[in-house]
Every structure is written in C-alpha cells, then in structure tokens.
Design a protein around this ligand. Sequence first.
Ligand SMILES: Cc1cc2nc3c(=O)[nH]c(=O)nc-3n(C[C@H](O)[C@H](O)[C@H](O)COP(=O)(O)OP(=O)(O)OC[C@H]3O[C@@H](n4cnc5c(N)ncnc54)[C@H](O)[C@@H]3O)c2cc1C
Length: 433
Amino acid sequence: MTRTKLSRRTFTGALLATSALSACAVQTAPAKAHVVVIGGGFGGATAAKFIRLEDPGIAVTLIEPKSEFVTCPFSNYVIAGFKQIGEITHNYNALTGTHGVRHVRDIAVAIDPATKTVRTGGGQSIRYDKLVVSPGIDIRWGAIEGYTEAAAEILPHAWQGGAQTLLLRRQLEAMPDGGVVALALPPNPYRCPPGPYERISVIAHYLKTTKPRSKILALDAKDAFSKQPLFQDGWNALYPGLIEWVPLNKDGRITQVIAGEKTLVSEFGQRHRAAVVNVVPPQFAGKIARDAGLANPDGGSAGWCPVDPITFESTRIKDIHVIGDASIAGAMPKSGFAANSQGKFVAKAIAAALNGRPAFAPVYANTCYSLLAPDYGISVADIYRATPQGIVAVQGAGGVSPRTPADAAQFRHLEATYTRGWYSSATREIWGA
Ligand SMILES: Cc1cc2nc3c(=O)[nH]c(=O)nc-3n(C[C@H](O)[C@H](O)[C@H](O)COP(=O)(O)OP(=O)(O)OC[C@H]3O[C@@H](n4cnc5c(N)ncnc54)[C@H](O)[C@@H]3O)c2cc1C
C-alpha cells in the first residue's frame, strides 16, 4: 500500500485526532491522515463509518452538535401516528465505540481552506487533510413572505426531523373532525421529491380513521411530481374525495403566509384558511456549505454545491467533498438512500486518494419508497453512473411500481414490507455496529 507524504503539521493534527479516539478504537498505529466530517446524518455518518472501514489507518472526526439523530425518513409515519419518534432516533455509540470515529459535539461555524481547518462554535480549530461536508438543507426563510422561524412554530414545516415532526403531530391530534389540513408544497429542487405526497397520503389515512369529516388541501408550486400516477391512483382508491391537489397552473403556488390567521395566500391572491397548515418551503444547502463558498452564488442552482461526479469533491474548493442534499448530484434525487450511497463512494474516493490510488468508478443507487397507508407501498428505483455530462441514470436499470399489478393488494403489501426493510437495513448500516 502506498502512503501519502505528510507534512509535519498534517501529521501532528492527525496524531492529535488519533489520541482522542475512544478506548475501544481498533486503531493502534499513528494515523496516516485525518478526515473531518461535518454532519452526522445520512451522508456524513455513512462517510465517517465507511472511511474507517476502508482504511482504519485514517483518523476520522465527526462534527455534529446532536447526540441523537432523528431521521426524516419515516417521520411522516410519526406525524400520521403509526410510528413513535423513538423508533426513528439513532445515536452515535457504534460509530464512536466500534468504529473509532471521534465525535465532536459542536457546530462547525467556519471552514478555512487555506489552513485546512474547521472552526467550531465552541472555539475549537480542527485541522483536516480531507473534509466531507454533509449538512443537509436549510429553509429559505422569507422566500415565502411571512414564513419566518417564528411562523414555523405555528405553521410547521416538519422538513427537518425532531421537534417540528412532533409539533405537526400534536396539531393534527388537536384539530377538530371536519377541519381542513392545508399544505404548501415547494418548487424543485428540494429534499425528498415524493416526501410531500407521502405526507398527504398518510395524513389522509389518519383523518380517514379518526376524523373522517376532515379534508386535505395541497397547494403546489409545481404541475407534476414524483410517482404522480401511483399516488393519485392510491388517493382515489384509499381516500376518495378526501384530498384536493391544486397544481401551479391552477394558482397552487403560495407566496405569502399569515401565521396568526393560519392562512396561506396564493400567487394570484386566493386565501386559504385551515385548522392545520404545513408549509414545506423552498430550501438550499446547509449554512456551513453556503458560508464556506461551496455553493453556487447564482443561476438556476444557486444555493446548492457543485461537485465532481466521481469523487464528490467540490468543484469550487479542493480537498472538500460535499455529499447528500447539499450537493448537486445530477440525476440523483435529494434522498437519504442517495446520501448513503454517496457516503460509501466518497469514502472509497478519499481512502484511495490518501493511499495514492486512482479513484474508483462509482455506480450509485437510489430507491424512494413511499407508504400511502401502513400496508400500501410504492417505489421508484434507479442506478446511476458518473459520465463527463455528470451523474446520469442508467437506462433500463431502474423501475417504478406498476400501476395495475395482477394482485394489487398483495403487491402494495409487499412494497410496504420492503419499505420497512429498507429503513431498518439502512439505519442499521449507518448508525448501527
Ligand atoms: C418528510 C421526509 C421524508 C423523507 N423520507 C425519505 C425516505 O423515505 N427515503 C429517503 O431516502 N429519504 C427520505 N427523505 C430525505 C432524507 O431525509 C434526506 O435526503 C437525507 O437526510 C439527506 O442526508 P444529508 O446527510 O444530506 O442530511 P441530513 O441527514 O439532514 O444530515 C445533516 C446533519 O448535519 C448536521 N449539521 C448541519 N449543519 C451543521 C454544522 N454547521 N456543523 C455540524 N453539523 C451540522 C445536522 O445536525 C444533521 O445531523 C425524507 C425527507 C423528509 C423531509
């Protein structure tokens, strides 16, 4: 195995990081290099673990303020009442204990590419040889007039897991039978393309089973959405008359909220007042990525981070890899499955670079499963390759659930089982031993 030449400063930084590894760490020799990972979600926690699996000689530090991570995948089922928040909460014990990742419980506030250091809110300065940035998304506050952090306490977005998930759940529980649940849905691109439509479906399930006189009004800033025929078939079959979806061309785009009145205002001035209002607002890459200059400043992809399709190294700053929702990953959607796939390949790319080997040709994967009811699943799957044109889907390698399978009930039941299987295996792979 070829070793990269280390400067004295790099070596000292790596040694410092190594000395802080947990007592259970498998590593015994001095680290050959130090990788810092910002964000312990789907992308970052995967990358941290798989770098250690690729090469235990590389020291890895994860900067993540939380001690436990609440996933967005399956949060819609908590909102709908058929999962508990504890079932979607994961800790970092296996990452630190079994895999020897050092967890710094702090927020990264600045990246200095010149000195290759990350500064944390608590005042630490942490040097890296390679940096992985996977901070997920931030809400574009103010993109919808009146939608501020304070407004989100009344009109939750629930697009980041945890307190917002529970707030929306409590509001649904408290609303009267016969009330309207209104959703404002964003333009592309955003985190989890089918997520809003899964949310509509499972809220409909909750209303049908507990508050059957209630209705859902979904106001969309788009004219089409992921798995649309499958969702709409399911709505007609499971929840006839319960869901009204209003596309962009029917004045579906919400441009203003009046939080105190629980009211959404459309582009052409229609006002929609509801018992519960869920705003899924426009988004962009997490703040640290934007502040560090990793995101495009303007153009159609402003606020998202351009990357090399093979290594996910930023095309704007060397030795920094951006993965997950924050990155511009060509045809790959912003999903936990995709972030997990990217995390594994970025680990390979970084281990290869630090060992003087050429980059590995990646084959990325994604499947977006959605439940329309606890026993009714649908999915879309794709395989992707890195090409000179960027990351593209391999023709004929993916697929979407059939609209009219021979035994529809059995088929949807099986896909619901696969949905739960994916969640359990993915979260075990990322946060488990
Ligand atoms: C309702 C909903 C349902 C979804 N369902 C699915 C699904 O079924 N399947 C699927 O594949 N995907 C699903 N997704 C999408 C999935 O949640 C995201 O695509 C995925 O979490 C992206 O991973 P990430 O690593 O980019 O970000 P995240 O997983 O959000 O992780 C980001 C982490 O970075 C940390 N962080 C941020 N800034 C800093 C900083 N400055 N310093 C240190 N740490 C920082 C945060 O605390 C967080 O822990 C869903 C999303 C939603 C909203």
